[in-house]
Design a protein around this ligand. Structure first.
Ligand code: 4AD
Ligand code: MG
Length: 431
């Protein structure tokens, strides 16, 4: 038997069809049972009429509980009153997996829905969000391959050194030694440019983030890329074109999901067609100081400040030239003013915050060693990273894009956990 998808059935709107899916809602009215059937494509009202059905089939419809999986067939007809304008009159009906009483009923509190995340994934919201997320991942890969001829690579997750500061490292016992979960695959990508040229990866990164915010996970999906022979200006062009490409693809493929999730697609269009502002840290600081006068040069820009900076922006904003003191040792100082580094953070509009961290890398051995010393780092675990500077080093640059955060922005999610199926945060490591 051929089972159609509900979306096809709705388009067809007449004739007979066999479907399979899950009972999303069910109500009885006089001699009829109304079953809202769902699959991964859509939902359809299916009606069992006791006067037209065998007792056996009627009883089976009667027995079906919320979230039971079922196979059914019947005839389609247009009906204005039905949710999608089409209704199916049930002729055959079979329960495949009878569901016990489904736990998600009245309690929709965040903590309860997190406890039953494995079941909440069946909700229309999660389904739509995850479809957009899939497009985001695909768009990144596509851009890297088609536009930049970049090669996909993988770094390890067990590592011996930090990339983004010691305070967010997860320690893991490793056969009597201590290693860490990686914060970023950047250093491994740097090693691979000498072999492959432009490279990229999609991998988890881990941060022991102690603060509870709407944009931090302890395990997030990191899209990173590294390019030999380029500087900051070329890097910024790549980042801007990439974001435009990714947002455009989501608009092309997921308009329906965006609307259902409460994101008006029009509000994303400027991010596809408009030039992004490129501002230096010191200029952005002045914007933030209007609201937060206590900020001084050298102050970090946190969530509140970023929100203020991007409050009225319709596109992402690129912020460059942060003070050296705010950034890790691998950033290349600006030869024109070494108090600043040739880096760039990309801030998403509407307070979604930093979606990209990036910049030129220190590519000279002496400069790298000096900066490690300034930051009080033991060079030992970084011996291999320093080696990259010793054997035919080249200027290079790269970025890391948080895919969960990017998705949260495009779907207008209240919290980053709405953009990933099994979120990990400071007090959540299950299901
Ligand atoms: O700015 P970050 O820390 O930069 C790096 O890790 C660089 N080594 C990347 C590189 O140049 N290859 O992180 C990059 C991005 C952030 O802009 C943010 O989008 C995301 O990764 N990110 C997080 N997303 C969710 N939860 C967290 N705890 C995140 N920390 C960073
Ligand atoms: Mg950053």
């Amino acid at each position: 038997m051929h089972f159609a998808k509900i979306e096809e059935a709705i388009q067809k709107a007449s004739g007979r069809v066999a479907l399979r899916g899950w009972v999303k809602r069910k109500r009885e009215h006089k001699e009829k049972i109304f079953i809202l059937l769902r699959d991964e494509t859509a939902e359809l009202q299916c009606v069992a009429d006791s006067s037209k059905l065998d007792k056996k089939i009627w009883d089976e419809c009667d027995k079906a509980t919320i979230e039971s999986s079922v196979e059914l067939s019947g005839s389609l007809k247009k009906d204005e009153r039905a949710p999608y304008g089409v209704e199916l009159t049930i002729e055959r009906f079979k329960i495949v997996g009878l569901a016990e009483k489904f736990p998600i009923q009245k309690d929709f509190s965040t903590s309860f829905l997190m406890d039953v995340r494995h079941l909440w994934l069946r909700s229309a919201r999660m389904r739509d969000a995850l479809k957009v997320r899939a497009t985001v991942f695909e768009a990144f890969r596509e851009f890297m391959k088609k536009e930049l001829n970049a090669i996909e690579v993988q770094g390890p997750m067990f590592v011996s050194g930090m990339v983004e500061g010691g305070s967010t490292l997860f320690e893991v016992p490793y056969f009597g030694k201590k290693v860490y979960l990686t914060q970023s695959s950047q250093f491994y990508l740097e090693a691979l440019i000498f072999s492959l040229g432009n490279v990229f990866t999609i991998a988890p990164s881990f941060r022991a983030e102690k603060s509870k915010t709407t944009r931090h996970l302890t395990e997030f999906w990191h899209a990173e890329a590294e390019f030999p022979w380029i500087g900051l200006d070329e890097l910024l062009d790549i980042e801007e074109n990439m974001i435009k490409y990714m947002v455009r693809k989501v608009l092309e493929e997921n308009e329906k999901q965006l609307i259902a999730l409460g994101r008006d697609p029009k509000t994303l269009e400027p991010s596809v067609y408009k030039k992004y502002e490129r501002l230096r840290y010191e200029d952005v600081l002045k914007i933030a100081q209007k609201k937060f006068p206590h900020l001084k040069s050298g102050s970090d820009l946190g969530e509140k400040e970023e929100r203020e900076i991007t409050r009225n922006k319709k596109t992402p904003v690129i912020v460059t030239h942060y003070p050296r003191s705010l950034k890790p040792f691998y950033h290349r100082p600006d030869p024109k003013d070494p108090r600043y580094v040739l880096c760039a953070d990309v801030l998403a509009p509407e307070g979604y915050g930093e979606i990209i961290g990036s910049g030129e890398r220190t590519w000279l051995t002496e400069e790298l060693l000096r900066q490690m010393k300034e930051d009080g780092l033991d060079p030992a675990p970084y011996r291999w990273y320093i080696d990259l500077r010793r054997y035919g080093s080249v200027p290079h640059a790269g970025f890391g894009l948080g895919l969960d955060r990017f998705t949260a922005w495009v779907i207008k999610a209240p919290h980053i956990r709405d953009a990933i199926p099994f979120p990990r945060t400071i007090n959540r490591y299950y299901p």
